[in-house]
Design a protein around this ligand. Structure first.
Ligand code: MMA
Ligand code: CA
Length: 255
């Protein structure tokens, strides 16, 4: 350190810093007001003038550290409402993360518990449709001709019923017997006496037994098939009857 530098430090110390420490100015550190005690003022003066022995300097250094620590601890302990000390902030961030994790685990657990109940709520068919062997069936509430019945089923994403098994035939025949004569998706409109289902498949020989005795007789002009009593009958397509729609059931996923 050269002379001029030394002089500047001396000057700064003697005029500014010493004055600052000793003048009795009230210091305000984050809401803590204090006035340096007389001993400190004097000590600061000595320090700046370089008159204080090393042991005393060490003593004041230690005292300062202890005082600083005391202020920090007091700050942590005596916090006013709404204030957040640094250490508290750090610990509360860790705490919040823990709470978030706990919340996530709670929600996951609740969702797992709800799964079976949601599956239980799942309906394979709409409320006014009947489930039978993986398909849903709708029996109409009023009557209309065969072509309008075909359209009505298409409009609800279904098909005027096409029968694929003996069990299904038995189920539908029973339903019709209870509710009234009803159209099915079977006709010989394209070629007389060549019966075809709406899905394009021809009537299998094994299903011929379901025609009522003496049917199909094409009495007048009868190109559409109906459920009547205990079997089938060919009837005029323009006549109004109930109808039965069929569509695949919705699958409810298992756990
Ligand atoms: C009605 C009509 C026909 C059916 C005969 C059976 C009189 O006509 O339903 O389709 O074949 O009855 O007697
Ligand atoms: Ca007939």
């Amino acid at each position: 350190m050269n002379d001029s530098e030394d002089g500047r430090v001396q000057q700064l110390c003697s005029h500014d810093e010493e004055h600052l420490i000793t003048s009795g100015t009230r210091y305000s550190i984050k809401g803590f007001r204090f006035e340096p005690p007389y001993v400190l003022k004097r000590a600061a003066g000595h320090l700046c003038r370089g008159h204080v022995p090393v042991v005393l300097q060490l003593f004041f250094l230690t005292l300062s550290a202890v005082l600083l620590l005391a202020v920090l601890i007091k700050g942590q302990a005596g916090m006013a409402d709404g204030e957040t000390p640094f250490l508290v902030t750090v610990s509360s961030i860790a705490n919040t993360q823990g709470q978030e994790q706990a919340k996530k685990e709670k929600v996951y657990k609740e969702m797992s518990q709800l799964k079976p109940q949601i599956n239980h709520l799942c309906r394979p068919c709409r409320w006014d449709w009947t489930l039978f062997q993986g398909n849903c069936y709708y029996f109409s509430k009023f009557q209309q001709n065969w072509h309008d019945s075909v359209t009505a089923c298409r409009e609800v994403g279904a098909q005027l019923v096409v029968i694929k098994s003996d069990e299904e035939q038995s189920f539908l025949q029973q339903m019709s017997k209870e509710k009234g004569y009803a159209w099915m998706g079977l006709s010989d409109l394209k070629h007389e006496n060549m019966w075809h289902w709406l899905d394009g498949s021809h009537l299998l020989f094994s299903f011929m037994k379901y025609w009522n005795k003496g049917e199909p007789n094409n009495a007048g002009e009868e190109d559409c098939a109906e459920f009547r009593d205990d079997g089938w009958n060919d009837a005029p397509c323009a006549v109004e009857k109930y109808w039965i729609c069929k569509k695949s059931a919705m699958s409810c996923t298992k756990n």
